[in-house]
Design a protein around this ligand. Structure first.
Ligand code: IMP
Ligand code: MG
Length: 448
């Protein structure tokens, strides 16, 4: 069976984790292919919520193998925390049994975090992601595959520590890297993960050839893509479909489905232009932030909020070619008198239907809106009841009132992509799938 790709279609935090969780029930592998612990997703298991940053979102399905793929940068200490929390909650230790770390993935070390901490422009998560990719591009970084040959090579470690200390001094960080500490760090990483470090590309390729279904899990979103996003206010990896297979160590021909996840509105954390942004301290922007609980999972920073931006969504579809859209957090818009959709930008008296290339130009764009009627706020139980009715009666989106259906149809028209699932709350049951579509699946089983 082929591979499915799940991607953020906006600036990250679209709710990819929930979509993966739903699809993982019908897949035997979930592979992260880029990014690191700049990502964050929340998993709800009974009364417990768990914040994960690097463990793929398929973790709560016992049968699902988990891969931290070739294209990732991995913080071994953060991974250990995540694994310990998972163990405390479930008693399971998946590493080396069903969780595997690619030999080709790069290691985030204390140096990278110190270096990232000096960023004052992009508003990075400070987790060392960019500096680790930078070392990889400069071909001086350390990958998991390199550990075995390196741990006893005192000379190589000394020269790495020297390089790191020198680089830190150029960004005004006085703290240096001691060779002895670097050596003991590398030793610990090798010992801690030796069972889990594998040639994961070969494993995923074999699974596909054996007819298994593989999920490729994106992190961040299309507008944060280093090449196609709102540069320089982007992350440091290719977040797009084109990198999903590459970063997993398989070829693009395996993919048959690519889902773009978008909120029913827009959020962004960190700096950079955001044409449909609203003030956070009043009106609809405050409503989205409060009702949507819009705080970053990784840094706890408040997320900036705004109306759904169809210019951005069309750009993201141009790059990724979605076979279906998943709209999340629709319930959050309940209670607003009217809803807006940004259908174009105005820049210097001109109307634009595509994004300008530079962030300077994008910052000068003002949104052109279309206005739609709002719908009332409802308690979570009512949304869940609506979703369950849709499932039991097989009515798909007909379970929604007409104003919601009209809003969704308009998004489909503007995006040129069908909506395959609509999220109406954080609960696993709070999703409505399109009738007969790829998310119209039997309910979850065999989960933790
Ligand atoms: P970095 O990925 O830490 O280098 O941060 C670069 C930019 O991407 C900053 O604006 C971050 O806030 C943003 N970013 C990184 N990861 C995520 C994410 O998972 N969700 C939303 N924004 C993110
Ligand atoms: Mg997130």
């Amino acid at each position: 069976m082929p591979a499915s790709v799940v991607l953020g279609a906006q600036w990250g935090d679209e709710g990819k984790g929930k979509a993966i969780d739903q699809l993982a029930n019908h897949s035997t592998w979930t592979v992260r292919f880029q990014g690191g612990n700049n990502a964050g997703h929340t998993i709800v298991l009974g009364d417990t919520t768990l914040k994960l940053h690097q463990i793929p979102s398929g973790v709560s399905h016992e049968h699902c193998n988990l891969v931290l793929g070739d294209g990732m940068v991995i913080d071994p200490w953060v991974l250990e925390e995540e694994l310990d929390k998972w163990h405390a909650l479930t008693g399971e230790r998946p590493e080396g049994k069903r969780l595997f770390i690619s030999e080709r993935a790069s290691i985030i070390l204390p140096f990278h975090k110190l270096y990232d901490g000096a960023d004052r422009v992009v508003g990075t998560t400070g987790r060392g992601i960019g500096p680790t990719y930078r070392d990889r591009t400069e071909r001086v970084g350390i990958r998991f595959a390199d550990l075995r040959g390196m741990v006893d090579d005192t000379e190589a470690i000394r020269s790495q520590a020297e390089r790191m200390s020198k680089q830190l001094s150029t960004v005004g960080v006085s703290e240096g890297i001691e060779a002895s500490e670097l050596q003991s760090d590398l030793r610990w990483i090798l010992e801690r993960y030796s069972d889990a470090i594998r040639p994961t590309g070969l494993m995923v390729d074999l699974a596909l050839r054996n007819g298994e279904r593989v999920l490729l899990e994106g992190a961040q979103g299309a507008m944060l893509d280093i090449d196609q996003g709102t540069y320089p206010f982007v992350t440091s990896s290719v977040t797009s479909r084109a990198n999903a297979t590459h970063g997993a160590g398989i070829h693009p021909g395996h993919v048959d489905q690519c889902f773009g996840i978008t909120k029913a509105y827009t959020t962004r954390v960190g700096n950079g232009p955001f044409p449909s942004e609203l003030p956070l301290d009043e009106g609809s922007g405050m409503h989205m932030a409060q009702v949507g609980n819009e705080y970053g999972t990784t840094t706890g920073r408040p997320r900036r909020t705004g109306w759904l931006d169809m210019v951005a969504l069309r750009e993201s579809n141009r790059i990724n070619g979605y076979t279906g859209l998943v709209v999340t957090k629709l319930d959050v818009l309940g209670g607003l008198d009217e809803l807006r959709i940004c259908i174009g930008y105005e820049m210097d008296g001109r109307t634009l239907h595509v994004m300008p290339t530079t962030s300077e130009d994008l910052a000068r764009c003002s949104p052109i809106y279309e206005t739609h009627p709002g719908f009332p706020a409802m308690p979570q139980e009512d949304w869940i009841a609506m979703a369950e009715d849709s499932r039991s009666e097989g009515t798909g989106f007909d379970a929604f009132p007409k104003v919601i259906r009209d809003y969704l149809v308009r998004i489909e028209q503007l995006a040129g992509v069908s909506i395959v699932s609509v999220g109406v709350g954080p609960d696993r049951r709070a999703s409505v799938a399109s009738k007969g579509g790829p998310f119209d699946l039997p309910a979850d089983e065999a989960t933790f």
